[in-house]
Design a protein around this ligand. Sequence first.
Ligand SMILES: Cc1cc2nc3c(=O)[nH]c(=O)nc-3n(C[C@H](O)[C@H](O)[C@H](O)COP(=O)(O)OP(=O)(O)OC[C@H]3O[C@@H](n4cnc5c(N)ncnc54)[C@H](O)[C@@H]3O)c2cc1C
Length: 401
Amino acid sequence: MDDSATIAVVGASTAGLAAAGSLRARGFTGRLVMIGEERFRPYDRPPLSKQFLTGQWDSDRLALPGADAPDLDVDWRLGVGATGLDAASRTIGLADGSELRCDGIVLACGASARRLPGTLGVPGIHVLRTLDDAAALRRDLESGPGRVVVVGAGFVGCEVAATCRTRNIAVTLVDPLDVPLQRVFGAAVGAVFADLHRSAGVDVRTGVGVAGFDTDASGRVSRVRLDDGTAPEATVVVVGVGAVANTSWLEGSGLKIDDGIRCDPSCVAAPGIVAVGDVLRWQNPVFDESMRVEHWDHAFASGEHAAGSLLDPANAGPLATVPWFWSDQYDRKIQFAGRIAPGDDMVVVDGSLDEHRFVALFGRAGRLVGVLGMNRPRHVIGLRPRIAEGITFADALAVFA
Ligand SMILES: Cc1cc2nc3c(=O)[nH]c(=O)nc-3n(C[C@H](O)[C@H](O)[C@H](O)COP(=O)(O)OP(=O)(O)OC[C@H]3O[C@@H](n4cnc5c(N)ncnc54)[C@H](O)[C@@H]3O)c2cc1C
């Protein structure tokens, strides 16, 4: 694409910024437009449930490096969402009524927090996805002695529970499955997280669903009714029940939508259109699996990769990655690399689950498919490339023999 070309990036966050930076680094000199529904320049989301929510950091520390670099030379269109796309003509419709005809498009529109029915707009009930969400939640946490109920013991829920305890706030953590993070790591590792949170004073209530929310005379949430008949008191509720890919605006666009934007292995959704980050669904050759990945590292890596696919489609290779993420809860640093599923073998090869300091390997069909470290980052980083190489489970276990 030459000087006269226009590329639009829809979604001004981690993946979109990585793609924009990579387009420039690869020599794109045309017009680069970044369209963002939020009014902020790209900021980092992981600290929202950690340093920002504890009060250690303020919003000015969240800015993602590179957004203000002069050589990025971006035409920012912030606070205005894209409302429609015609993939065949590469025309984007915007919420202000304008249209943008492009030579290339990067879809980096991410995901939104899933809500529970009847909770939208109820004072005291929060989700946590954006800086506005986090600021509203932080204000509520700081407004006096309270009692927090976190609904959903996934990563965001567990991190919020940990942050509340760090702030010495009473917190109940509720999940319908038997242990926190069960869907991610299985029952044995999930039990470690239950123990970790209970030791820190969290009232962990697992194996129980939410039946409804009670409000006081002012309309503010006052209790969460659980389906075991109990009803913990709540001045603040945080709903952390996962995220939904932001694809509703793409209905009728001509793209394939299937829990994300379905792309080819090189992140191409249609000629001249790529998808990146949380919204991307693609066939990852490392695992020979169609996947959508909601991690920071993937947002960055896919953004960089897809920029290459957009500028040079003839030579576009597959995005072949081993997903990797971290989570911080209390003084525990959790890192995981790979892709695991229920029924995978798991062997603790270093430390122990009881001491909350360990390395666990996951295997399937004789192959290493995942490595989890709790306060043991070195092994996760070391084995990540070996997963991509296809190391056998036996050879991975032998590393620790
Ligand atoms: C609280 C929290 C903590 C996290 N902690 C970790 C962690 O510890 N480790 C980790 O690996 N990952 C973590 N993550 C996940 C990580 O932040 C995401 O994977 C990453 O932000 C994805 O980047 P993205 O650019 O694909 O999407 P997003 O960050 O979701 O950005 C998408 C952007 O697109 C905008 N948008 C959506 N639709 C439109 C539209 N139609 N028009 C214009 N703009 C639009 C959205 O407003 C948003 O700004 C965390 C996420 C959250 C919410």
